[in-house]
Design a protein around this ligand. Structure first.
Ligand code: OGA
Ligand code: MN
Length: 280
């Protein structure tokens, strides 16, 4: 029997009594879907899925996206992105470092993915936790005068600008990367296309430029919003066990990875990504 338990007061639900690999009735799926929209992330424990079963479950939420570089995907399943420090024949089998700063997947895309499903196959004994923040709860809690100030604003999401913040160890952006990474205006407050609820859409550690606002002002406003949204009261920290799967809504939450001992321990995660729509 399907049962639901809140992960914290503000974010997330643990769903138990369900096998993601098996057939799921329309009735159970509707409850899962509604709970997901409501609480932004879902945790399913003790799962055992093949890549094809993960794809089949993910497809019930929408079309899947294959936007990441193919060398990080499973050879037979381009929809499945591998996040791992493991190597095969001396070659990385997937993406090793992913998003150790607060972010919403594909924020820099014109049509950012609606959702991501991350399934843990192998996890280190400590570290490698993933943090999640509910951006609807954060928006709701903002003072009314801030809401008025930000409601119809846009921010310029720029991979060129974010690179030195997120990957300080990498070399400077090349002209080719610059050409491939156009600035992407996104709403600062995002309306959920299914529920109409508003969410802050401003993850990270980058003081994004607000369109029509002097830089000196947005350099203060954006970091303030970012730290407001990631206060302990809006977040859930997930300590992974093998067999866990988490589905998050990129339209209403942000998340971040954390480090672990990559030399002595192994982490192997599979991610499917559900296509989304232009943000508004
Ligand atoms: C992701 C991501 C976090 C993690 O897959 O999009 O940010 O802890 N992963 O692996
Ligand atoms: Mn991510």
């Amino acid at each position: 029997m399907l049962s639901l338990r809140p992960l914290t007061d503000t974010i997330g639900t643990e769903v138990s009594g369900i096998d993601l690999a098996g057939p799921i009735s329309g009735r159970d799926f509707d409850r899962i879907y509604a709970t997901w929209l409501n609480t932004t992330i879902l945790l399913f424990r003790n799962q055992s899925m093949t890549p094809q079963q993960q794809i089949d479950f993910s497809r019930r939420f929408g079309d899947l996206l294959v936007y990441t570089r193919s060398e990080n995907a499973l050879p037979d399943h381009p929809e499945v992105l591998v996040l791992s420090n493991l190597k095969k024949d001396g070659k990385a089998i997937g993406s090793s470092a992913s998003g150790r700063y607060w972010h919403s997947d594909g924020h820099y895309l014109k049509c950012p993915p609606a959702a991501s499903l991350l399934y843990a196959a192998e996890v280190p004994p400590s570290g490698g936790d993933t943090w999640f923040a509910n951006m609807q709860a954060a928006y709701d809690a903002l003072p009314a005068e801030i809401k008025v100030q930000i409601d119809s604003r846009q921010v310029i999401i720029s991979r060129v600008k974010s690179r030195p913040y997120n990957y300080p160890e990498k070399p400077p952006v090349t002209p080719e990367e610059r050409a491939a990474w156009p600035d992407m205006p996104q709403p600062l407050v995002r309306t959920h296309p299914r529920t109409g609820r508003k969410a802050l859409y401003v993850g990270g550690n980058v003081p994004w430029n607000v369109v029509g606002m002097p830089e000196a002002e947005s350099n203060i406003l954006i970091p303030e919003l970012q730290s407001f949204a990631t206060q302990p009261r809006f977040i859930y920290i997930h300590r992974w066990r093998a067999g866990d799967a988490i589905l998050w809504d990129n339209r209403s939450s942000i998340h971040r990875a954390t480090p672990y001992d990559e030399v002595n321990h192994q982490r192997l995660m599979y991610r499917t990504t559900i296509a989304g729509e232009e943000a508004f």
